[in-house]
Design a protein around this ligand. Structure first.
Ligand code: AMP
Ligand code: MG
Length: 415
């Protein structure tokens, strides 16, 4: 990828986010193992084969109303019509063909009998046990849900690479599929580097901070439906980093680390990865999150996220997520921003595209607006919690109150 004698890290400047994503995504290798799971267990899993229906949904014409079924030819073209009632068809019962010149009492979801082509709702009728008077003129086909209206026998209902949502589980079940083929869950190793880190639940000693990245990353892996191996806190030494990375490479499909990828002498991750494999990309034009590194450790893909807590959240959601989803076999991996109105002013960014933690609100004019969630420094995690998305500030210029701004909802990034 780099000219002879050059490494990625000698390249001048920072990689634009889109370009870095292209590099990452083109190198992602989709997992190959497939397993059959019951539809109940498919939430968040990625389909490994197209799913085709072997039935029509609905399987037969059925009534959309509680009312009466008849043949429209038996109805007068004006005024009301009285017809004898020849059968009663609740849902779940196979009807007999309709006797000519009669009507059937019918209920929502019940199959329309052969010979009937129209249903009138009961609110437009008067009836006894023996007869019904239809008080209105009906159009042929009224209130009938035709066979195959939703899904036709033989059609593909979901394609390989589809990530299954609750409504997809329902759709699979609606055509009678009880088990579906999905890719094995991706196994991601996560580890947090830093001698300053201690786990919550212990008392904080001078010089220490609580390890938050471990939990942000664990939550993101869970939300994306991956399995993860948590290698915990790794000390700031070459030896400890090497040991953890070797283990991660052996046990996982991908490695995601936090911290230790900057330029300080306490940052061992990058040097260690370069020794065990390679770094193919380093430093993005993204704020927060510049010192992101991508490469491999002994052949296992490696994503080195920065240490700052907000930078971890941003780079995991915007860079690691699409890469990992692609590896998991998913198709729809890049989120679509919505356009909203800026409720803030920002000066032109110096060198990096900014992902501002913001909140989507409706202003007095009824417009969807992005409001900054507060402090945007890379060490500030609380604004990621207050916000519900990122307002994207491209390099091109300033943002002024009232101008359009692209907005990515967290809910589109955390599943
Ligand atoms: P580093 O990239 O290792 O220099 O870390 C950058 C900043 O992020 C430092 O202020 C670290 O203390 C902080 N940091 C690194 N890892 C974590 C973590 N797991 N949880 C919270 N803060 C962290
Ligand atoms: Mg560190």
């Amino acid at each position: 990828m780099w000219a002879t004698g050059m490494s990625c890290c000698d390249q001048p400047g920072l990689q634009p986010v889109e370009q870095a994503l292209e590099t990452l995504l083109s190198s992602a290798k989709v997992i190959t193992e497939i397993e059959m799971v019951s539809v109940e267990e498919t939430l968040g899993r990625v389909l490994a084969e197209d799913q085709r229906s072997t039935v029509d949904v609905p399987p037969a014409d059925n009534s959309a109303m509680d009312g009466f079924a008849f043949n429209s030819a038996d109805l007068k073209s004006e005024g009301s019509t009285t017809l004898p009632l020849s059968q009663r068809i609740p849902a779940g019962v196979a009807p007999a063909p309709l006797l000519p010149g009669t009507a059937a009492r019918i209920f929502t979801g019940a199959e329309v009998p052969a010979g009937a082509d129209t249903v009138v709702m009961q609110e437009n009728c008067e009836w006894t046990d023996d007869n019904v008077t239809v008080l209105v003129v009906s159009k042929t086909g009224d209130n009938i849900r035709p066979q195959g209206q939703d899904i036709q026998n033989g059609s593909v209902i979901m394609f390989r690479g589809h990530r299954i949502k609750p409504q997809d589980m329902g759709l699979l079940a609606s055509v009678g599929i009880a088990k579906a083929p999905v890719y094995r869950k991706l196994k991601v190793a996560i580890l947090s580097t830093g001698d300053e880190l201690v786990e919550p639940g212990t008392e904080l000693q001078p010089g220490h901070i609580y390890n938050s990245n471990r939990y942000t990353l664990a939550g993101q892996m869970k939300a994306l439906g991956f399995d993860y191996i948590d290698l915990g806190i790794v000390a700031d030494s070459f030896e400890a980093t090497e040991e953890a990375l070797r283990r991660a490479a052996k046990e996982a499909d991908c490695i995601v680390t936090s911290g230790g990828v900057s330029v300080g002498e306490e940052d061992h991750v990058k040097a260690c990865v370069e020794q065990l494999g390679s770094i193919d990309l380093w430093k993005l034009a993204i704020k927060p999150g510049k010192p992101l590194a991508f490469g491999n450790v002994l052949g296992t893909p490696f994503l080195g996220l920065p240490g700052n807590p907000a930078a971890v959240f941003v780079t995991c959601a915007l860079v690691a997520r699409p890469y990992l989803l692609k590896t998991q076999g998913a198709n729809d991996i890049l989120p679509t921003p919505i356009q909203v109105t800026a409720n803030f002013d920002r000066p032109k960014p110096a060198k990096r595209q900014e992902y501002l933690r913001a909140k989507l609100v409706i202003n007095k004019k009824g417009e969807a607006c992005a409001e900054l969630a507060g402090n945007q420094s890379s060490g500030i995690l609380s604004t990621a919690s207050v916000g519900n998305g990122f307002a994207i500030h491209p390099l091109a210029g300033t943002i002024q109150m009232g101008e359009p701004v692209a907005f990515l909802l967290f809910s589109d990034l955390l599943f």
